[in-house]
Write a protein that binds this ligand. Structure first.
Ligand code: APR
Ligand code: ZN
Ligand code: ZN
Length: 361
């Protein structure tokens, strides 16, 4: 029997969100219905609301979530009712070349639930990133659910579903930060600060946090930054060089998404160092670099897609580290809110007042 639940809907381009009744069908083959417990508010939800991602309004927003599997459809064996799970954006096929080579985020055959959730009048909803978790319950592909230790707080666990995984994975998976490295992180919002935490987890000797906002830098200190640079007061490239005996950092992570910070990241790394690009630029942005610098500095320029994570490998492991007190996911939860607080949370996010607002259900 289809169920009726509350959900946060983006009705049309730029219009404020509103809470509406969402009809969630029973799970079909390969699908699961999840009772959502927590869902973080991420920039991508705001981009959906503004029509910056696709035009397929109305959207059911929310995609950084954890909850309990309520029911599963035919053929589902990896998760069962009662499992505590973190949701990921897309189920991967496990068969294609990208999957076989351990890069499932480039999978050619990703999928979400085949059925659609709807409004009461039957209007089909597009689920943000194939999830739609600002709702009491949501329908996903079973492969979007990763079972983790239920002792974790849902608010903390959900964050691994998007922003924190993106930043942490940029350091640990994409950047390959290793014991003794010097690491610089440019931009210390939720994503950059997760990279700071990841760099410390991976054993970096120096973690240099760069931002234009001192409160973000204070958070970075708490999460393991050894040095902080306010780039309104100091040239960040010079500061990073000075802090690394004139060399530059082994790994520089860019978590802003602007040409000037891409450029800073490029020049702040040591010769043969690695630059990891996590900040998402807009289509108009361009970066001009002297080819001789590109050629002469060696090393690698990498972009990091969802932290290059393997949910089935990374989510349970990171939750275990969290439960052991080695990963402070709670530090990212600036506030917990109800479903009707999403619009206000967008404002706080745009003003940079929070690392994460998390909806509890
Ligand atoms: N130099 C350094 N830091 C800057 C600069 C700058 N020129 N401009 C902005 N910042 C800082 C902001 O002060 C803020 O702390 O960058 C941070 C961006 O953080 P958030 O807005 O909270 O964004 P976040 O969720 O962390 O995402 C960062 O990663 O995944 C992508 O789409 C995401 O592009 C976005 C980026
Ligand atoms: Zn997100
Ligand atoms: Zn695949």
């Amino acid at each position: 029997m289809a169920q009726r639940v509350r959900g946060v809907i983006a009705p049309g381009r730029g219009e404020p969100v509103r809470i509406e009744t969402v009809v969630v069908p029973d799970p079909g083959p390969g699908e699961a219905v999840v009772r959502v417990q927590a869902c973080g508010v991420c920039h991508t939800d705001l981009h959906y609301r503004e029509g910056g991602i696709t035009d397929e309004f109305p959207f059911l927003l929310g995609h950084e979530a954890a909850g309990v599997v309520e029911s599963v459809g035919e053929g589902v064996t990896d998760v069962a009712p009662g499992d505590f799970v973190i949701l990921n954006w897309r189920a991967v096929c496990g068969q294609c070349r990208a999957c076989r080579r351990g890069r499932p985020w480039y999978c050619f055959n990703t999928h979400n639930a085949r059925q659609k959730m709807t409004l009461e009048d039957g209007t089909e909803l597009s689920a943000a990133l194939g999830i739609g978790a600002f709702a009491d319950k949501t329908l996903v592909a079973a492969g979007q659910c990763t079972k983790v230790d239920p002792a974790a707080s849902p608010a903390a666990a959900g964050l691994l579903g998007c922003g924190v995984m993106a930043g942490l994975g940029a350091a640990v998976n994409t950047g390959g930060v290793t014991r003794g490295d010097s690491v610089a992180v440019i931009g210390c919002g939720g994503v950059g600060n997760a990279a700071v935490m990841g760099a410390r987890l991976a054993g970096a000797a120096k973690v240099i946090a760069v931002d234009i906002d001192d409160t973000k830098l204070a958070a970075a200190r708490r999460l393991g930054a050894t040095h902080t640079v306010n780039s309104r007061q100091q040239d960040p490239v010079e500061a990073i060089r000075e802090l690394t005996d004139g060399n530059g950092a082994d790994v520089v992570i860019e978590a802003v998404g602007r040409p000037e910070t891409y450029q800073q990241a490029f020049y702040a790394r040591d010769l043969a160092g690695t630059v990891v690009l996590v900040g998402v630029p807009t289509p108009e942005m361009k970066l001009e670099l002297p080819l001789l610098d590109v050629f002469g500095r060696g090393g690698a320029l990498k972009s990091s897609w969802y932290g290059d994570c393997l949910p089935s490998r990374d989510f349970p492991m990171l939750i275990d580290l969290y439960l052991q007190g080695r990963l402070d996911l709670d530090a990212f939860v600036s506030e917990t809110i109800a479903l009707d607080g999403v619009e206000a949370a967008f404002d706080k996010m745009a003003k940079g007042e929070v690392l994460r607002s998390v909806v509890l259900l």
